[in-house]
Ligand binder design. Structure first.
Ligand SMILES: [Zn+2]
Length: 309
């Protein structure tokens, strides 16, 4: 079946939009609070019931609020949750901590939804928790923070959510607080990506050919950046991740094996050249003796037969 469109017009990329003040620059913090390794996937994203269990079972609300206070205190934030119950509980936790918050879901009646959006626009409350309904179509310039609480493997969904706080305002720096490690699966908003009509957007490779993560999260300040020897923001050095250590060992092993194979090939080639120089039967016998063969004459005869055939 042909794709519904046969031309893909790639727009200008996110880096360009930031450099040219169409989008706000951003800081990306990744105080990862949950372990997503056990989650099952279906149709390219996580199973909803797994997400709900993960986000509701762990007592992570306190850490989410601490992260907001640390990285974007007082800023207007959209919180992306995994379920209605999760959105309700998260909004409740913020309100209890003295940070006015509301929540929205697909089940919120239209009139109430309009009122909540109006209140958010006017700054009546700081944090709006929701389940997937503010991924597109909501344009509030003053929103300067996104809190990611929904683990996703979907690049389209993940990037839409991250970028919801990047509408341009002079002097604004967006703060993306990724509590679920989405950057490890889909990268940062302005990574270079290849878009295609016929294939899904290729998932990023996690490790470079040197065995380093492409992106790193500083354990001191949680800033997330392209791999560098020390954190470019706070200057702290960080230890290699066990996965990186393992990858580096495997690469080293492959390198050693390749070097060994090249060395053996070199020796064999030198031996062939040496043998080629021995023109007569007598010279071959002499070479066979030098090489310590048990029966140099037998070997020399075999080589001579091979040359004649
Ligand atoms: Zn740092």
């Amino acid at each position: 079946m042909n794709p519904p469109f046969d031309k893909l017009i790639t727009g200008v990329d996110t880096k360009w939009l930031i450099e040219n003040k169409r989008l706000a620059p951003y800081e990306y913090y990744a105080p990862t609070l949950v372990d997503t390794t056990g989650l099952r996937t279906v149709a390219g994203d996580y199973v909803a019931s797994d997400l709900e269990r993960l986000m509701n079972e762990r007592a992570i609300y306190g850490n989410v609020i601490e992260s907001y206070k640390r990285f974007a205190p007082g800023e207007r934030a959209i919180c992306y949750c995994v379920s209605v119950e999760h959105a309700r509980a998260t909004a409740g936790a913020f309100s209890e901590a003295g940070i006015p918050a509301e929540f929205l879901s697909a089940a919120t009646p239209p009139k109430q939804r309009r009122e909540i959006m109006e209140g958010f626009r006017n700054g009546a409350f700081q944090v709006l928790c929701n389940v997937g309904i503010i991924s597109e179509g909501v344009s509030i310039d003053e929103v300067s923070c996104c809190i990611l609480l929904r683990p996703t493997e979907s690049i389209a969904l993940g990037i839409q959510q991250m970028m919801r706080c990047m509408r341009y305002l002079p002097g604004k720096t967006a703060k993306i607080i990724d509590c679920v490690g989405n950057y490890t699966r889909i990268g940062l908003p302005d990574d270079d990506r290849e878009w295609s009509l016929s294939e899904p957007v290729r998932k990023r490779r996690e490790l470079s050919s040197e065995g380093n993560f492409y992106l790193r999260c500083c354990p001191e300040c949680y800033m997330t950046f392209a791999t560098a020897p020390v954190c470019p923001f706070c200057g702290s050095a960080y230890p290699l991740h066990p996965r990186e250590i393992q990858a580096k060992q495997e690469i080293e092993l492959r390198k050693i094996t390749a070097e060994e194979a090249a060395r053996v090939a070199q020796i064999k080639k030198a031996a062939r050249v040496e043998q080629g120089r021995a023109a007569s039967f007598e010279e071959l016998v002499k070479l066979g003796k030098q090489r310590g063969y048990k029966n140099p004459a037998f070997w020399a005869a075999k080589v001579m037969r091979g040359r004649r055939s």
